[in-house]
Design a protein around this ligand. Sequence first.
Ligand code: UD1
Length: 429
Amino acid sequence: MDRIKIVGGQRLKGKIPISGAKNAALPLMIASLLTQDRLTLKNVPNLADVNLLARILRNHGVDHSVDGKRAGNNQHIGETFHLTARDIVDTTAPYEMVSRMRASFWVLGPLLARMGEARVSMPGGCAIGTRPVDLHLMGMKALGAEIDIDGGYVVARAPKGLRGNRIIFPKVSVGATHNVMMAATLAKGETVIENAAREPEVADVANCLVKMGAKIEGIGTSTVRIQGRDRLEGAVHTVLPDRIETGTYAFAVAATGGELFLEGARPELLETPLDVLRRIGATVTIEEGGIRVSRDGGHLEPVSIETQPYPGFPTDLQAQLMALTTTARGTSVIRETIFENRFMHVQELVRLGADIKLHGDTATISGVQGLRGAQVMATDLRASVSLVIAGLIADGETMINRVYHLDRGFERLEHKLSACGAIIERITA
Ligand code: UD1
């Protein structure tokens, strides 16, 4: 299994191109199931999760091709995918595939809406909590589907098609919002989703669905109104930039010192994390075509934050923020309110010399003078990249084992960082 070796202590300086957002690319690809016509997606990041989902979609009968690109050519622009689900040949999403990536569960809504049936394995994904699917099922039932659980599979049927309804989610769920919104585009009549997720990736998918002919109001708000249509058409859509990747590199340079220009990043997608960075002591400047983040020799201030659904501080940046606060001058408090078990990075950060105490959903981080390199283990996607940040600030060598999670969500991470002065290399087993 690949490992990543980092020799810490280098300041980052240079330009990092921001890739298309994984969390938008995945549901956008799934939206191709809603139409017989071709959906073209530009700026798709080259990631393990994206490639796995492409396999899952091919299994359902989606024709998938990628525009050719010469090596080294416009690497930051991302790939162009053409997806055509002319005939859906299989409405089962098997355990072997869905268990490896939770977002593939979201094929449920589109398959059900278009084919009147779907058999989708209960998901797996990052080990960051129990991550139930009750809200997805609640949404599908409200749209008139019959749901059974059989042998680890969700078996959903709507032989006469789905019917619009009013759905009030008791809790904000990104995935359930995607799933229900996509299904509702082909339901009869109007669907209103209350307490919908407002994440920019949900809005990106909604905008693409509108290009495909869907009628959606309230995009980007917590009340989304969808008028069902008989069919959707093809469209061309560009995946929005990845705000989590943006935030990760912004936190990395705040941690190491130096200056990075995050090319293609859109500041309006991550106002809360950028505010936190300023409070911590980094300089954030919004420029034409990207965001510049820098920190000179000054010390880092401690912060207290809790994770919240968008526009609050994202859970997907919690681990990276924690790595940054390990060397702040004072005590920081980070409360995780979205996933109950998203603290696997804590033990590993402690191995690098951090002083972190955990009480339930709250981590208290007492800043230390510096971290020291060690062997650490990557556990989930965002935890893995927090160890990269910690490795960049630690004295000496840090070896991160089991890095496959990183490849699920960060495109060309070690290239992007080494181009900016980091000493980081992948050791292929
Ligand atoms: C998505 C993101 C993930 C991010 C998360 C929260 C993708 C591919 N993944 O995951 O990176 O960390 O949003 O911003 O976009 N829940 C239920 N029942 C359900 C569904 C969810 O109780 O049926 C709970 C979850 O356990 C969690 C909370 O709701 O506590 C939020 O989860 P959700 O927003 O659904 O996360 P995902 O869509 O899986």
